[in-house]
Design a protein around this ligand. Sequence first.
Ligand SMILES: [Zn+2]
Ligand SMILES: [Zn+2]
Length: 368
Amino acid sequence: MNSIELRRKLHRSPELSFEEVKTQQLIIDALEAEGIEYRKIANTGVLAKIEGERGNHRRAVVLRADIDALPITELNDIDFKSEHEGVMHGCGHDMHTAILFGVLQHLNSNRDFEGTLFGLFQPGEELNPGGAVKVLEENPFEGYDVAAVIGEHVDSSLEVGEVGLCPGRFMASNDEIRFYVSGRGGHAARRTEIDDSVTAMADMILRTTSLNTPECVVSIGRVIADGATNVIPSLVTAEGTMRTFDREVRERTHAYLHNNARQVAEKYGTEVKVDISYGYPCVVNDVMLTYEAMIVASDEGIVVRELKPMTTAEDFGHYTERYPSLFYRLGVGKNAGGSHTATFLPDEAAMEWGERMMRRMALHILNK
Ligand SMILES: [Zn+2]
Ligand SMILES: [Zn+2]
């Protein structure tokens, strides 16, 4: 089976995060047909392993693809359209998976390299806490010296034949924040008998959004104060998202939120609770790896676009916290449309470029 055939099979049978049972079997079947060693990981994922013919096998490179799909009903008119009602590979993870397979297939038949190559087919990228956490909990690379973890994402803002690279901070952490302001509700005309939970929340929100900087995004998108013209509610809730590119900025901003809550509570005599639901950590690219990738790409005739940090998030951030890592974007052309839509359709011509980029980068690091 070639990678395009695998991609179409995967596209036909998309599965939601952490439910990738058929997907796992398709990957296993493809690896077995090539005689590539593998084991299951993180329940519905697969970890393939290829040892090079030269040198010791302690030094390793991990190539990672995410394998899950989204709860979207596909509207593309193609002969490999999703056969699972309400589920679709609307983020291109079928392509990531197939590209990784293509790379493994190629390097397995030509093992003229040093060290160990891991192919990590990771489940559950689209759903908190992310499959990367489950993978790392199993400590699968214990005993190995991991020189790099490499991952990619398809990108329709780049043309086929282009890759997007960004040294250092690349993608944001994404935390969900919730505020709960409670106090004595009651008649809005009897100010001395109530705690003004609505004004306290308004103050809390203004303090929160004043924390916005180019390094940190904080937005409140939902506020519920279900009183009336003459009723102050006893509970006001608000929720929003917080994104940063740096671990320290993230922790500092969390501390500001808690501190603001204490000050608002004191000022209005209300109770203010802050609830932070941790999302993915920032994706921080190893700077040296990124520059090496720029050189490797250029040598391969791939056009390099230098990207600015993005405020979207990726559970790949978990790997970047632990190992030298590189995450880049693979151009799939503007006609692909927007990801996470029912008509997203990346150009398959990008796969050859994707395989070439990942394969060359793996060999470059392993043979260094
Ligand atoms: Zn996605
Ligand atoms: Zn994605």
